[in-house]
Design a protein around this ligand. Structure first.
Ligand code: NAI
Length: 340
């Protein structure tokens, strides 16, 4: 009995050694736009993530303060702040994941596309540097309009010869977070158990929550309930923009959503099996070159793009309706990247 116990304990020891060696490799995460409304709480949430060993906080202003503040939190990662374009290379070098919440947010009455002119240029500059300093990093694009900034990033990387479609992600997690919250409230089910895929893109009607696939089933939802939930998910960003009355758009819920997605990327890189999140990626799920759907994350980024599953008639109609707008936004991004 004793020798069996010894064997078991020594194999447990080996297992735990192997696990700890694999479970927590060094991982550098860079946040670009780290002093902003999203960037600051996102920096804090990434500091709380035990998978991060190095946290790099970059912005054109304000990062020394944010970095000093966040660095006092007694968690694993070493925090460094970088400010101004001449420090961008150092901020990026060696990054495994780069999260980009840089750029201007919406004000009441604006669409995400109204941000295009300013944010497209910012994203182009940042992605040019990513191609140079950390071409293998997984890029999590938060800057709006995501439907255009992701295609811009892809073109910049193609031009630099570093494009890997498995490593570029438009962050649509906030749409999923909202769909889950709103569904849980309406269907009267525990929010922590809810799963709702959200597909398409990340603006207005291009956001298509698939409530027909929502789990768990709760109180019976009528067609009108589903329509109202869909609309509220699509307009969730505008709800916050209006409530903030000129002081910006979603920052706290976005930081939460961004941290969930970055964590999923890190888990995938670390070899954790079955990490699935929705994201706007290069895709063949529809005839559009980019599309958001469930994606399985792995050691090289996108491991598998999951299909849409079966759709209700309402969702099929929504899918056809969103395609022209999403196509135009993608083309606008590509055109910008070529023209500038
Ligand atoms: P913010 O204005 O509070 O912060 C933006 C930060 O970006 C600022 O600190 C600014 O200095 C920085 N910045 C500007 N130019 C830069 C550059 N060239 N390099 C690095 N940093 C630069 O804005 P907020 O609220 O944090 O929003 C950021 C972006 O995220 C906006 O484009 C917004 O539309 C988008 N967003 C995306 C969501 C999504 O679901 N994907 C949800 C909410 C916002």
């Amino acid at each position: 009995v004793q020798s069996a116990l010894r064997r078991a304990s020594s194999s447990r020891h080996l297992l735990s050694r192997a696990y700890s060696a694999n479970a927590c490799p060094e991982r550098k995460v860079a946040v670009l736009g780290a002093a902003g409304g999203i960037g600051q709480p996102l920096a804090l949430l990434m500091k709380l993530n035990p998978l991060v060993s190095h946290l790099s906080l970059y912005d054109i202003a304000g990062t020394p303060g944010v970095a000093a503040d966040v660095s006092h939190v007694n968690t694993r990662s070493e925090v460094k702040g970088y400010m101004g374009e001449d420090q961008l290379g150092a901020a990026l070098e060696g990054s495994d994941v780069v999260v980009i919440p840089a750029g201007v947010p919406r004000k009441p009455g604006m669409t995400r596309d109204d941000l295009f002119n300013i944010n497209a240029g910012i994203v182009k500059t940042l992605c040019t540097a990513i191609a140079k300093y950390c071409p293998n990093a997984l890029v999590n694009m938060i800057s709006n309009p995501v439907n255009s900034t992701v295609p811009i990033a892809a073109e910049v990387f193609k031009k630099a010869g570093t494009y890997d479609e498995k490593k570029l992600f438009g962050v649509t997690t906030l749409d999923v977070v909202r769909a889950k919250t709103f569904y849980a409230g309406k269907a009267k089910v525990p929010v922590s158990e809810v799963d709702v895929p959200v597909v398409g893109g990340h603006a207005g009607i291009t956001i298509l929550p698939l409530f027909s696939q929502a789990k768990p089933l709760g109180s019976n939802l009528s067609e009108d309930d589903i329509k109202a939930l869909t609309k509220r998910t699509q307009d969730g960003g505008t709800e916050v923009v209006e409530a903030k009355a000129g002081k910006g758009s979603a920052t706290l819920s976005m930081a939460y959503a961004g941290s969930i997605f970055a964590d999923a990327c890190l888990k995938g890189l670390n070899g954790v099996p079955d990490v699935v999140e929705c994201s706007f990626v290069q895709s063949t799920v529809t005839d559009l070159p980019f599309f958001a759907s469930k994606v399985r994350l792995g050691k090289n980024g996108v491991e598998e793009i999951l299909g849409l599953g079966s759709l209700s008639d309402f969702e099929k109609e929504g899918l056809e309706k969103l395609k022209p707008e999403l196509k135009a936004s993608i083309e606008k991004g590509i055109k910008f990247a070529h023209g500038n």
